[in-house]
Design a protein around this ligand. Structure first.
Ligand code: ZN
Length: 501
């Protein structure tokens, strides 16, 4: 036992080193995307590559494998829910994933995707798919080789697992196909009902200086301790945390519209999750959110389920009219919510409304599975894309820049990423159903600006676990049922019914 406990201490010390290297890398990433002058790019690429290499060497080292093997029998005797058992489980999984992929292949993927991203930017600017095609072909080929490094039921499984650990392709395909079946007719019905809704207010000019003030005051009124986060500006909003009490949020301000508010709320949801991880897990690989799907469930909850709801704007509309007395035209929170929830099929995913958004994801998920599975040739992708947009969204794609070339994910070789967006929507609604039954007067609390009970529920049921449990385990424990589509469909139907009856 003494031998085991000293091995366990040594394992924890090594895992802490790996963890802090990861946090240092996060700081370099954050700095690159918010603060760094362009002249820093070359040195930053070297700094990051060095950290990534050292991080990987430590994680894949035989020494770490030996320590994990030594403590594994001890872990099996512990309760599944204990921090130690979870630490051994997660460390073993991370270590094995790091070891299975040859260093040469990892390097090839990193280089190919960096060159592909460059080519993709040019291709998108000129709407020239042919220019991107050889890079896409190479990324598909390399990710296929990557997938073959792992045992799998489906060739897409190892790719999905990088973003949604423990989830199988078959499970995701089932829920997303259920979702599609219900969404296609629902989009047609609701977009017809909202066609005449006047959302012109969202096209007006809102001086950026006052938007900044609104976003700061709004996020400042939400329940994250003010000494644990900061807000900066960037081109593509994101959230990164150096630790649970060092959360970096970003948003983007444009002269027209109020997208900065919803981007700010989105990133706030991500940040609150990171902030809620149990401090006892600090310095271990457990001290982070467990999957992209669960992460996204938290951002979408704050952006959409809370941030596009009438109770939220009953609380915050005064802040908006105070900042923009002339820009808003005398409507109230209900009118504002009708405008920000208008449903209209459109070409660009990141500009899509809440209801049509998942259709953009579903077609990407289907197409990337076909690419990886070998049933769709990369050169046939634009035609397949356009056909699916027509069939799911009922619109014509005018050119590849507004179609297959719009997202960076495939240029980054990030196959397996897209479905986590829709999983996030499903999980958000399922958790929301549970929190509403736990807090029956939640709407009144939100309207009154009292977010602590909600924050406590989320922290207790979701945030504090970090990576101790998979997303599926967290959802099942918090809601009593596996991840499914019904709570999401109920939420959508009720929402649009109430707003536009
Ligand atoms: Zn997000």
């Amino acid at each position: 036992m003494n031998g085991t406990s000293s091995s366990f201490d040594e394992l924890k010390a090594r895992l802490a080193e790996i963890h802090y290297l990861g946090q240092a890398k996060a700081l370099l990433d954050w700095d690159e995307r918010t603060m760094m002058p362009p002249g820093g790019a070359e040195a930053r690429a070297e700094q990051l590559a060095t950290l990534v290499r050292v991080h990987h060497e430590k994680l894949a080292s035989e020494e770490l494998g030996r320590l994990i093997a030594e403590v594994e029998p001890f872990g099996e005797e512990l309760h599944y829910d204990s921090d130690e058992a979870a630490l051994i489980r997660v460390a073993k999984r991370d270590h094995e994933k790091a070891r299975r992929v040859p260093v040469e292949l990892r390097g090839a993927i990193a280089r190919a995707s960096s060159i592909a991203e460059h080519a993709w930017r040019e291709a998108r600017a000129r709407s020239d798919f042919e220019h991107f095609l050889p890079h896409l072909e190479r990324n598909v080929y390399l990710k296929l080789r990557y997938a073959h490094c792992f045992e799998r039921d489906d060739v897409y499984d190892p790719l999905l697992d990088d973003y949604e650990p423990g989830m199988k392709t078959a499970e995701v395909a089932q829920v997303l196909s259920d979702l599609k079946e219900a969404l296609v007719p629902l989009v047609a019905e609701v977009s017809e009902r909202t066609a005449t809704v006047d959302d012109s207010v969202l096209g007006r000019r809102f001086p950026v200086e006052r938007q900044r003030e609104v976003v700061r005051r709004m996020l400042g009124a939400l329940p994250m301790p003010s000494d644990s986060w900061r807000l900066d500006e960037t081109t593509h909003p994101f959230q990164l945390s150096m630790s649970p009490t060092d959360v970096r949020l970003t948003t983007r301000y444009e002269e027209h519209g109020l997208a900065s508010i919803f981007a700010g709320l989105h990133e706030y949801g991500h940040g609150l999750y990171e902030n809620g991880v149990d401090p006892a897990l600090d310095g271990t690989p457990l001290a982070k959110p467990t999957s992209l799907g669960l992460h996204e469930s938290q951002s979408r909850m704050w952006e959409n389920l809370i941030g596009r709801s009438v109770p939220f704007w009953q609380g915050f509309y005064g802040l908006l009219t105070e900042a923009f007395p002339d820009e808003l035209d005398g409507g109230g929170p209900e009118d504002f919510c009708r405008a920000v929830n208008k449903v209209q099929p459109s070409l660009i995913r990141i500009e899509a409304d809440e209801l049509t958004y998942d259709l953009h994801i579903l077609l990407r998920f289907e197409l990337e599975r076909e690419l990886i599975g070998g049933t769709l040739e990369p050169r046939d992708l634009p035609a397949a894309w356009n056909e699916r947009v027509r069939s799911y969204l009922g619109i014509e794609v005018p050119d590849d820049a507004h179609g297959v070339l719009q997202d960076v994910h495939w240029a980054d070789a990030a196959f397996g990423y897209f479905p986590t967006y829709s999983l996030g929507n499903l999980i958000a609604a399922q958790l929301w159903e549970a929190v509403r039954s736990a807090l029956p007067d939640l709407d009144d609390q939100i309207a009154a600006g009292s977010f602590e009970p909600l924050r406590e529920w989320l922290r207790e049921s979701v945030h504090r676990h970090g990576r101790k449990f998979s997303a599926a385990e967290v959802v099942e424990r918090a809601t009593g049922k596996p991840i499914g589509v019904e709570p999401y469909l109920d939420y959508l139907r009720e929402k649009y019914e109430a707003l536009y009856e």
